[in-house]
Design a binder for this molecule. Sequence first.
Ligand code: PLP
Length: 374
Amino acid sequence: MSMTTPSIAEPKTGSKRIYNFSAGPAVLPEEVLKQAQHDIWDVANSGIGVCEHSHRGKVFDHILAEAEADCRTLAEIGDDYAVLFLQGGASLQFAMLPMNFLNTDKTADYLHTGEWTKKAINEAKLFGNVNVAFDGGSSSFDHVPAANEINASDNAAYTFYCSNNTIYGTEYPSTPSSAAPLVCDASSDIFSRPAEANKHALIFAGAQKNLGPAGCTLVIIRKDLLESANTPLSQMLDYRMHVAKGSRLNTPPAFAIYMMGLVFKWIIDQGGLTEIAQRNRDKAGIIYEAIDGSGGFYKGVARPDSRSLMNVTFRTPNDDLDKRFIDEALSNDMSGLKGHRSAGGLRASIYNAFPKAGCEALAQFMKNFAQRNG
Ligand SMILES: Cc1ncc(COP(=O)(O)O)c(C=O)c1O
C-alpha cells in the first residue's frame, strides 16, 4: 500500500477499496460515497458543489431540513425533542452537558465503563458534583452494569452512560433505566439498532463512526430539559441558542451534515433500524463465533453478556502474535484491526456500513491464522 499522496493534477489510477475495520473515522456506505462524488461537483443541479454553497442559501436550507426530517423518521423522534448538528465532537458534549445542566448544588450520576466515560466524568467535575454510580474499572471494563450494580443518587440532575464502549468492546444490550433524565454518549453505536429516543433526555454522537465523516455531532435533546439549563452561558456552548437558531448559530459543518443526511437516507433504504440491527447481530455473530470456536486460541475481551456488536475486541495468545495477525491481515486487504492503544490486542470495528462479506473474510482469516499459529 503506497502512502504517497499524488499531486492533485495527476490522474489517480489503480484505486481499490479494501475491508476497513477502523474504529473511526470509519467505513461509509458505497452508495453514499458515490452520490457525494457527484454532488461535490454539482449538487441538486445547482451548478455549484455541495461544499461551495452558502449555509444560508436555499440549497443548504433543503439539505439541513431533509437531514433533520430523515433523522426524526429513522429514530422516531417526536416534536418534543430538538435535533441539533453541532461541532466540537463528542468530546465537547462531555463539557457542554455539565456546563448546561450541572452546578455545585447538584449531583450527576455517571456509569463509568471505560476511557470515554472517564473523560466525561473529568469534565463534569469542573462544573458540579459527580457520583460514579458504577465503576467498571475494578473488572477491567469487561462489562456494562446490570441494574443491581448501579448506585444511583437521590435527585440526580441526570444519569450519564455510554451505550457502546468503542475501546473495550462492550455495549449495553438494552437502554438502562434511570429515575433521573437519561443522557447517552452513543458515538459508536448510534442508529445501529432502534434508538429509543423517548427513553432519553439527551443523546449525542460524533458522526465519524456510524453517521458520516468527522466534523459534526448529532445531538437529540428533549426540549423540556432546556428549562433547567444554567444561565448565562457562552452562546456557542448554550443548547438553547443552538435550538433557537436551528443549528445555524454560526456556519455549521455543512458537508458533514449533507453526508449525514445521505447516510440517514441509506439506512431508511436498507429497511430502517430494525433491519440494520438484525444485520449487525448477524455480522458480529460471525466474528464472535470465530473467537468462541477457536478452542481458546482467541480470547474475547468483553464478557459475553456485554459484547459489542460494533467493536469486537479479542486477543491471540500473545502480543507478538497480535502484531503478526495485524500485519498478515493487512496483506490480505483487511485494515484497522489493531486494538486501541489503551487496551491493546485486536479490534474489529464493524459499523452499519461494514459489509457482511468482510466479517466472513475476517472469520476465515482468523481460522486459518489459528491453525498456522496454534
Ligand atoms: C464512545 C465515544 N465517545 C466519545 C468519543 C470522542 O469523540 P470525538 O473525537 O468526536 O470527540 C469517541 C471517539 O472515538 C467515542 O468512541
